[in-house]
Design a binder for this molecule. Structure first.
Ligand code: EPZ
Length: 439
């Protein structure tokens, strides 16, 4: 089986340029379904999820072409195709964000229902609630496929608050649908993640009228049409946070280029609390890890809180910190598939309701571990970089969904890791998880 072999306990040092944000690129790619004419999207990362969504858009009448390393041109050439193929949608939950644009521009969408996955239940009730409020009608006869139509979408007031805060892609779907609805839509308890803000700015540049960007209350005045444009995606705050964590956990020193420090403020604050030196250096951020990290308690929450997508990475740092830290997962309470794998490397971690207690060890020992989702995989790479000896990581296909050339870029920083065949799966833990796509 293909895996990554890591020889740990080497400091990660040097300059690294951060790519465009996956979680901004995906909804913005879906948003091009709303537009007439060509879109030139810049800083679109070369990731498996981007490739899958590009194929889905192709089946929906979108012409797509890469013109250089990170530019993707997208233009709607056929509005009659409204069926997203099951074999593609099932690979990537984020494909749900084609619903809003298809409804708004074509009045119909047929999308296989997204699967659940290992980081916890992934409902879409808030997406349905918001689109229904705009006038969409969902057919109920087939649980495996979402069939929805709308003669005309009309603006209204919608509350998207869920049990764990708002919904990022739910806000994206409803906001995109509202851009071409009649009248004005107010979204209360909207997600305000930087990626949602970037989508809103892209839509406004196309001619939409969205106000309140960056707040939890969005006002969208419907317009008649949106035009394709050139647009540059924001930097990926989670990729940047992951590289910063790599320097932190190996006692290294890196310089992150092409980052937006404001977008990753909560992550940088946590690292500083753990003893990491962080310096804003013009458009870059310098990160220097201490001899040994200091354990802290942290809780993930919607933006501007600590991102849930950094939780596995930060938990790995706690595993080798001085002291005991408590992790509380405020967005996906079940997002802990990495715990059993960290324990295989010698981590002292105890699960508890909605979180974990981590007692830091001086060192971890390399071993055989398996990534079960994208960010758990990132956390295990960090643990392997910190561990003494050799770590064999399986499940690298998860990493390819969200990190572009991760090994090559870590090697450029002095880490010793490479892709290689690794022995088959070790005996399963007591609660085998499906490894359906879920990023
Ligand atoms: C986006 O997923 C991201 N994915 C996720 O990143 C990220 O973890 C998540 O937002 C939270 O920040 C993309 O942007 C492609 P949610 P999304 O709807 O929009 C509940 C990664 O690693 N909820 O904001 O699907 C839900 O169960 C991925 O890059 C409902 O109750 O997440 C969860 O507890 C993983 N009803 C919470 O809201 C709904 O209808 C947040 O989910 C929708 C969500």
């Amino acid at each position: 089986m293909q895996g990554i072999v890591i020889h740990g306990a080497r400091p990660v040092c040097g300059d690294i340029r951060v790519n465009g944000a996956k979680n901004a690129a995906l909804p913005i790619m879906a948003g091009t379904l709303l537009t007439e004419g060509p879109n030139e999207l810049r800083r679109v990362p070369r990731l498996k999820d981007v490739r899958i969504l590009r194929q889905i858009l192709g089946s929906l009448g979108m012409a797509a072409q890469r013109t250089d390393e990170d530019t993707l041109n997208l233009e709607v050439v056929d509005k009659d195709q409204c069926l997203a193929p099951r074999e593609l949608v099932e690979q990537m939950r984020a494909s749900i964000c084609v619903l809003g644009p298809l409804l708004a521009r074509r009045g119909y969408a047929e999308v296989p229902a997204p699967g659940g996955c290992v980081i916890g239940d992934r409902p879409i009730d808030l997406h349905v609630k918001g689109l229904r409020a705009l006038g969409a009608e969902f057919e109920e006869d087939d649980e495996t496929t979402i069939r929805v139509h709308a003669k005309c979408l009309r603006g209204t007031t919608i509350d998207l608050e869920g049990p764990h805060g708002s919904t990022v892609l739910g806000t994206a779907n409803v906001m995109m649908a509202a851009t071409l609805a009649e009248g004005t839509t107010v979204i209360k308890h909207a997600a305000c993640e930087p990626e949602v803000q970037d989508l809103a700015r892209y839509l406004n540049a196309c001619g939409a009228r969205i106000r309140g960007i960056g707040s939890d209350r969005l006002t969208i005045e419907g317009v008649d049409r949106l035009r394709g444009i050139p647009y540059t995606i924001i930097p990926d705050r989670i990729e940047a946070g992951t590289f910063a964590a790599a320097a932190a956990v190996t006692g290294g020193a890196i310089r992150l280029q092409n980052v937006c420090p404001d977008h990753m403020a909560s992550t940088l604050r946590v690292l500083q609390r753990m003893g990491v030196c962080i310096v804003n250096d013009g458009g870059a951020v310098r990160v220097e890890g201490p001899e040994r990290l200091q354990a802290i308690d942290f809780e993930t929450s919607p933006y501007p809180g600590i991102p849930t997508d950094m939780q596995p990475q930060l938990t790995s740092l706690l595993a080798v910190s001085d002291g005991t830290g408590q992790v509380t997962e405020g967005v996906y309470p079940e997002r802990f598939t990495h715990i059993s794998e960290l324990q295989r490397l010698g981590a002292s971690i105890r699960r508890q309701e909605g979180g974990a207690i981590v007692r830091g060890e001086k060192t971890l020992q390399g071993g055989a571990v398996t990534a079960k989702d994208l960010r758990a995989g990132a956390g295990l790479v960090l643990a392997g970089l910190a561990a003494h000896g050799k770590t064999q990581l399986r499940g690298v296909h998860h990493l390819d969904r969200g990190y572009q050339q991760l090994e090559e870029r870590l090697r450029s920083l002095g880490a010793e890791l490479h892709r290689s065949c690794v022995p088959d799966q070790p005996p399963r833990t007591s609660h085998p998880q499906s490894d359906e796509a879920c990023a």
